[in-house]
Design a protein around this ligand. Sequence first.
Ligand SMILES: Cc1ncc(COP(=O)(O)O)c(C=O)c1O
Length: 371
Amino acid sequence: MDFQEIPVSAELQHFDAYTPGEQPQENDLPLIKLNTNENPFPAAKAVLTALQDFKAEQLRLYPDPSCLELRKAAAAALHLPAENLVFANGSDELLGAVFRAYLTKSDSLALCRPSYKAYQTYAHLYNIPIFWLDVDTAFHFNAKQLRQSSAKVCFLANPHSPSGTAMSSQQLLGIFKENPKKLFVVDEAYGDFFGDCLYTIATSCHNLLVIRTLSKSFSLAGLRLGYAVANVKIIQWMRKVLDPYNVNALTQALGKVAFQNFSAMQESCMQIKQIRKKFAKNLQSLGFSLPHSEANFILCKPPNSWQKLGYLTKSHSAAAAVFKLLREQNILVRYFNEPGLHTSIRISIGLEQHMQQVFHVLKKIQATSKL
Ligand SMILES: Cc1ncc(COP(=O)(O)O)c(C=O)c1O
């Protein structure tokens, strides 16, 4: 049928949506999937039991808009008052809510370059000017630049994404104090792998909103559940701009059980950190350089001697070539073809045997290409 397209708003004409990492389809070959920082271990057994026991009848009714039972379970696990928590359909939904609550076209947003791409995507969607902060070799941002900027809100991922490096809570608190008029949105998507987190004190800070997720440490990316911790006033504003029934009944029920089994999440983080340590050493033994990661992934750069691979595989960098060669071996990692990142690949930490397989493939590439 021939139809005339209704134009989207002029501001959206050149909008580029966020590009998520490849998600294999059911009929694809089995892949070692190390591209979106999912947790390779299953969620707590009790969560899987709760899924089987979930009463379908509950789906007839709307879910609790206040997520009270879920908030109570989370509050008990996190040792925080339930009134300082708000839940959403993944932490991405909370990022969008911050824009609606705090930013208009005449404000600006400070972002590290590079950082998690979704921040920039939301800024474009809501038409918010970006003030870019440079990062040093450890991916720590330039605090002086931030002080001098008029940005109203600053988004920081800590641990940083996509490098995995982290700044200490003391360091960050000092920066928040120096900038009392700015709101800091600290994205602790990978905080459970790090430990030195700010969510524990966000309740008493006037300019801090911490965003967290069950997608990584809790092995529940498919459930879509994230939460924010902040003082009560900030939480109330976030609640106002979120959809009324944003967290579905099944997600609320399973999320509650996940928090009641908090130690299962902590155990899986411990295991991932052990696997990460060994894999980092293996990468270094091949000459790769990598910043110290506090997350469940490693951003790594092939040694200079691997440049040759770029010509051999007609790729624009050694990192792009490694991405391609791993993909040919059914190993999926992430390559970002953008300034500051195009010489590296990001590899999520999977099961021990999968990381061994990645190491063997890399060793083989090195041997067969005589690098
Ligand atoms: C830094 C960071 N923040 C937020 C998210 C989104 O998490 P969620 O699955 O809760 O939407 C991700 C996902 O990869 C991430 O890397």
